[in-house]
Design a protein around this ligand. Structure first.
Ligand code: GDP
Ligand code: MG
Length: 170
């Protein structure tokens, strides 16, 4: 039969990579050019239907707390899934994303589903991180990788859908 799964999902990555924008696009279908770093509400929920299950994501967005790294463990504790976001136009944000991956591999749930999102794929002319490099990194580290654009709505629903498919069926 069809299963109902509740899954806590967190987004990690540099300030400005587009975490809040991905959430806003996924949950409300909107994009804001000048997203405030403190958008108030930190919790969203959205449901995705995959073939054998209905997954209700409980999404925790940070309101800029990602600057304070020490708060992170509290934030990702109990998460079934994490999206590690970088900005394809910012090499540092990719290096930072790798640090988050290492931390989650060391400290997170052992069966956490991890996705690497190279966001702002609409800004092709300003690209600093090759898709191939990120894809290889993802393969070597057990994450699945997608380039996304919260602005152009590219691969945002797909990203959450792929996570929903990969969650363990209890
Ligand atoms: P956060 O700090 O990781 O939550 O990043 P935000 O969601 O606040 O986004 C930071 C800035 O990048 C904002 O000005 C957004 O409008 C912009 N932004 C986010 N996603 C995209 C995208 O896919 N394409 C473009 N061009 N800009 C984006
Ligand atoms: Mg944000």
């Amino acid at each position: 039969g069809n299963k109902n799964i509740n899954a806590k999902l967190v987004l990690l990555g540099d300030v400005g990579a587009g975490k809040s924008s991905l959430v806003l696009r996924f949950v409300k279908g909107q994009f804001v050019e000048f997203q405030e770093s403190t958008i108030g509400a930190a919790f969203f929920s959205q449901t995705v239907a995959v073939n054998d299950a209905t997954v209700k994501f409980e999404i925790w967005d940070t309101a800029g707390q990602e600057r304070y790294h020490s708060l992170a463990p509290m934030y990702y504790r109990g998460a079934a899934a994490a999206i590690i976001v970088y900005d394809i136009t910012n090499k540092d944000s990719f290096e930072r994303a790798k640090k988050w991956v290492q931390e989650l591999q060391a400290q997170g749930n052992s069966n956490m589903v991890m996705a690497l999102a190279g966001n702002k794929s609409d800004l092709l002319d300003a690209r600093k991180v090759a898709a191939e490099e990120a894809k290889t990194y993802g393969e070597e580290n057990g994450l699945f990788f997608m380039e996304t654009s919260a602005k152009a709505a590219t691969n945002v629903n797909d990203l959450f859908y792929e996570i929903a498919k990969r969650l363990p069926r209890l």
